[in-house]
Design a binder for this molecule. Structure first.
Ligand SMILES: [Zn+2]
Length: 305
């Protein structure tokens, strides 16, 4: 059976706020010809520069994955790339009018909905895959991080996270068929620990944050006074810590939603390899740095064949 390339039937926009920059704006998915791949276009900048969704363009992985090319930057693009890979869209131009992709609820759900609303169409060209034919491993022994890929007829991912805290310990997630991405993975939201959140707030690093776009884990004792301060910051009437150790801004979609979100991030970051992958990924304690280093390694080793 031949797999064909796919693009969108029509253009569609998603509006929102960038989590880190606080900028408000929109992205528009625009249909693109065969072999175009995924590219961003900064329509707000002079000359409307293009930024290729390539691992060669990664410039920062500290709070989300950031790419830059032609003097243009795109912050936090992993959730939108995960949505495209999860729905098997090969060719699309993503126009954006700010530095960052809107965070929405911190998952890929809104991008998936928009792409499906626009419609996905088959193109008259065969899909090129990056077929893994040997084991490739990235390891950071100090941090206990390992990402490995082995040959497989399809794209599969197994993830293990371990934060070693009472509220968020060992969790697993898996995706063995991309058909399950929409239901099982795409609604899974990003998460943060309360102490990180406070650091980010203090240093003005999450300007567009509110308590609706992240699961907040509380891994130490915290007084009501502090919670009231958070409630003020986030414009909520009251914030409390729920039994599961998370703030009451939201309910978990799945018990292992954090592990599923990390899986979503792996899909998004590996999209930067530039081709759909046939291989089985096993990721232990993945993060944006290790994901993108792993993507570079895969791209490099496959080039050397
Ligand atoms: Zn993420």
């Amino acid at each position: 059976m031949i797999d064909y390339q796919h693009t969108l039937k029509t253009s569609i926009s998603v509006h929102g706020t960038g989590l880190h920059t606080g900028q408000k704006g929109s992205i528009t998915f625009v249909p693109a010809p065969i072999n175009h791949g995924i590219k961003f276009k900064r329509i707000d900048l002079p000359g409307q520069p293009i930024v290729n969704a390539s691992v060669d363009n990664v410039i920062d992985t500290s709070r989300g994955t950031t790419i830059a090319e032609n003097n243009a930057i795109v912050f936090t693009m992993e959730h939108v790339l995960a949505a495209l890979t999860g729905l098997c869209v090969d060719n699309v131009l993503i126009e954006l009018d700010m530095d960052e992709i809107p965070i929405r609820d911190g998952s890929s759900k809104y991008f998936v909905e928009a792409i499906e609303q626009a419609g996905i169409i088959q193109q008259i060209a065969e899909r090129n895959y990056l077929v893994i034919d040997k084991e490739i491993v990235f390891r950071d022994e100090d941090k206990g991080v390992e990402l490995k890929i082995i040959p497989c007829d399809t794209f599969k991912i197994d993830v293990k996270i371990d934060y070693g805290t009472e509220v968020l310990n060992v969790q697993y997630a898996q995706l063995h068929d991309l058909k399950d991405f929409k239901q099982e993975i795409s609604p899974c939201r990003t998460f943060v620990f309360l102490h990180e959140l406070e650091f980010l707030l203090k240093n003005n690093l999450i300007k567009g944050g509110d308590l609706s776009n992240a699961i907040v884990f509380v891994n130490r004792k915290v007084g009501q006074e502090e919670l009231d301060r958070l409630a003020d910051l986030f414009n909520k009437p009251k914030v409390v810590v729920k039994e599961e150790g998370i703030l009451n801004n939201l309910d978990l979609h799945f018990v292992n939603e954090p592990a599923r979100h990390k899986l979503l991030d792996v899909i998004g970051d590996l999209t930067l390899v530039g081709l759909p992958i046939k291989g089985h990924v096993t990721a232990t304690k993945p993060g944006h740095y290790s994901n993108t280093e792993f993507a570079k390694l895969i791209k490099q080793q496959m080039k050397n064949l």
